[in-house]
Design a protein around this ligand. Structure first.
Ligand code: KIV
Ligand code: ZN
Length: 514
């Protein structure tokens, strides 16, 4: 394909490094399947050496995904690289992505290594990775704050050792478009063997310029790979948003002149899935995937759009996968119709028993609300996945009472590792009372960092989706719960957050440890 831009999605690795966004193996698999439907070129599925859970997730994804290259991150050491190679075994196409910091600040303060030691370690790491694959990406971490001469030496060395992609990391979002674009260009001009590698951009959004920097790296610098995440998820202010760079390249093809392999109609479903699984909601005015991205509030705009759509719209909502909340199923829909819709949404249930459990939940929901949308089906599947995951805490039932002038009270029945527990408490409001009732039994002592409610479709018939973020002992977790009753959704979200807090699945952050 003439001048193709490679889209490398790192939602499952860098995106997962957002506090609270850590995902289970099954959640990662669901997202990976959606990324494949979106036709991203490379899926960075995780950091194999960070935990057994991440290793298993990468291994499972490597076995399932056929059309995208599956990649694992690895620090520049033999153990990480061997672990990544092991996790990727069985993949149709795989890549090892290894990195080491090259800025004076990171080398001296974080790694406590001299530049020569870093150079040697980068060289040996790529040489070792070469034993497993010929698809190797190397990133100079904090590349945008590194000394140019040293960076050129490192990059020339790793390309000589066999690195096939060089990823210029703007790790702390320090770049500005012109300078970052020039940096990529200068590196390509000065590194003598630069033509042997694909050049890639990896930008963080600390100053809100990740997308602009990435596009400058492509246009001014000549990079042909962009690293990005769905909804711009990622550490601190996040990474380059996939939906934004993809739609910029597509909508302004007159300017960029690049080809993409992406099926853009899968963008909004991917955005919704990632938001629902991680509990990171999308702001309404977010470009491309925000609820208002194609809404025209002002009368003048509405009039213009009705006369000729392109007066105020530069993209078509349907081209990025917006479908006006279509009713897909109802009370009378049968098991086959439900199963067919699961299939169309790309959801593979592990067994017929799982389909039956999800169908039973669908019937319950259809009794509560007559119209069932795709968003409802996704929520059912997530709830079922939590139940099947043998979660420690699981909601059985709840009741709450609130009346003007009286302090609300609640009674919650839930199981803790199979044993029924009943908590009763009051609170400032019904949600507070329900959470206090659970806490009266669990006594986690966790700090609540965030509580948010969204309607997953439109209108008051919609299910409420609640996110609760808890922190304890330096760990931050998000719990998500959905239910037509937002107080019940809150109880589910709180229990889901507690489940994550009590799970042993600690993950190592690749950038915090040498
Ligand atoms: O931001 C960064 O430097 C990274 C590297 C591991 C590529 O995520
Ligand atoms: Zn990063």
């Amino acid at each position: 394909m003439a001048d193709k831009l490679i889209i490398f999605d790192t939602t499952l690795r860098d995106g997962e490094q957002s506090p609270g966004a850590s995902m289970t193996r099954d959640e990662k698999i669901r997202i990976a399947r959606q990324l494949e439907r979106l036709r991203v070129d490379v899926i960075e599925a995780g950091f194999a050496a960070s935990s057994n859970g991440d290793f298993e997730a990468i291994h499972a994804i490597a076995g399932i995904i056929k059309d995208s290259t599956v990649c694992s991150l690895a620090r520049a050491n033999d153990r990480d690289i061997a672990r990544a190679a092991e996790a990727l075994k069985g993949a149709n196409s795989s890549r090892i992505h290894t990195f080491i910091a090259t800025s004076p600040l990171h080398m001296e303060k974080k790694l406590r290594m001299s530049p020569d030691q870093v150079l040697e370690q980068a060289k040996l790491a790529v040489r070792y990775a070469r034993q497993f694959t010929d698809n190797i990406e190397f990133s100079p971490e904090d590349g945008s704050r590194s000394e140019l001469d040293f960076l050129c030496r490192v990059l020339e060395t790793v390309i000589n050792e066999g690195a096939t992609t060089i990823n210029v990391a703007d790790t702390v979002g320090y770049g500005v478009p012109e300078l970052y674009g020039q940096l990529v260009r200068t590196l390509r001009e000065r590194v003598p063997n630069s033509d042997k590698a694909v050049w890639s951009v990896h930008c963080h959004n600390d100053l809100g310029m990740a997308v602009a920097n990435s596009l400058a790296g492509v246009q001014l610098g000549g990079a042909r790979q962009i690293e990005c995440t769905i909804n711009g998820l990622g550490e601190r202010a996040g990474n380059t948003a996939l939906e934004e760079v993809v739609m910029a390249i597509k909508t302004r093809k007159d300017y960029f002149g690049l080809e993409l392999g992406i099926d853009t109609t899968q963008i909004v479903p991917a955005s919704k899935l990632v938001s629902q699984i991680t509990g990171f909601s999308v702001q309404p005015n977010k470009a491309v995937v925000g609820a208002n991205a194609f809404a025209h509030a002002s009368g003048i705009h509405q009039d213009g759009v009705l006369k000729a759509r392109d007066t105020y719209e530069i993209m078509r909502a349907e081209d990025v996968g917006w479908s006006a909340n279509k009713i897909v199923l109802g009370k009378l829909s049968g098991r086959n119709a439900f199963k067919q819709r699961l299939h169309e949404l790309g959801i593979e249930m592990a067994s017929e028993q799982d389909v039956n459990a999800a169908f039973a939940r669908f019937k319950e929901l259809a009794d509560q609300k007559s119209e069932i949308f795709d968003e409802d089906i996704l929520a059912i599947v997530s709830n079922e996945a939590q139940a099947e995951g043998g979660e420690h805490f699981y909601l059985v039932s709840m009741a709450q009472h609130s009346e003007t002038g009286e302090r609300p009270s609640a009674r919650v029945v839930f199981t803790a590792q199979g044993t029924e527990r009943v908590g009763e408490a009051d609170g400032n409001g019904p949600v507070d009372a329900v959470l206090n009732a659970i806490e009266s039994q669990v006594q986690s002592g966790a700090e609540q960092l965030l509580y948010s409610v969204n309607a997953i479709t439109t209108g008051t018939q919609s299910q409420g989706e609640v996110t609760v973020r808890l922190s304890k002992g330096g760990r931050i977790v998000n719990g998500v719960g959905t239910d037509p009753d937002i107080v019940a959704a809150s109880a589910k979200a709180y229990l889901s957050a507690l489940n994550k807090l009590y799970s042993k699945a600690e993950k190592l952050n690749p950038q915090l440890t040498p």
